[in-house]
Design a protein. Structure first.
Length: 147
């Protein structure tokens, strides 16, 4: 099966590349890309350990980079692709950015925003489970080495 260059799976594979970059740094392997106008405008991965900053999640890094690329703080015509369901902090930031759509890979039943409800901008569309198995496996294998 060939992936369309503009498919959710294609862009999630790009987010997975970012997650692997985080893994190489011994960070929790979460990656994100933000797409606008069918092209990637921001790439990011977790940097909480390297920066000693609990807010340095992949999504937060991507929001900052995308806003800089666009020259404005609102991302209403953009899509965030992230390998793990956003946490409450990242969902709140997505609310303020007015992101148009969030596509995530693995659900996060313990810390994911959906456990708390109502945190996203009312116009934000959400799609979960894109390449879920691949995203989940990367996280599971990382945490297995930490236990």
């Amino acid at each position: 099966m060939t992936l369309s260059v503009h498919s959710d799976e294609h862009f999630m594979k790009q987010a997975l590349k970012e997650a692997h970059r985080a893994l190489e740094l011994d960070e929790v392997p979460v990656g994100a890309v933000i797409v606008g106008n069918k092209r990637i405008i921001a790439r990011a991965h977790n940097l909480t350990e390297r920066l000693n900053d609990v807010t340095a999640h992949a999504e937060m890094q991507a929001f900052t980079s995308a806003a800089e690329a666009l020259g404005g703080k609102y991302l209403k015509d953009c899509t965030l692709y992230v390998t793990l369901e956003p946490c409450v902090m990242c969902a709140g930031a997505s609310f303020w950015s007015h992101i148009g759509k969030i596509v995530y890979g693995a659900p996060d039943p313990k810390r994911g925003y959906s456990k708390f409800g109502g945190l996203l901008h009312p116009k934000t569309k959400v799609k979960g489970g894109v390449l879920e198995e691949e995203c989940s496996e990367l996280l599971k294998s990382f945490f297995a080495t930490k236990r």
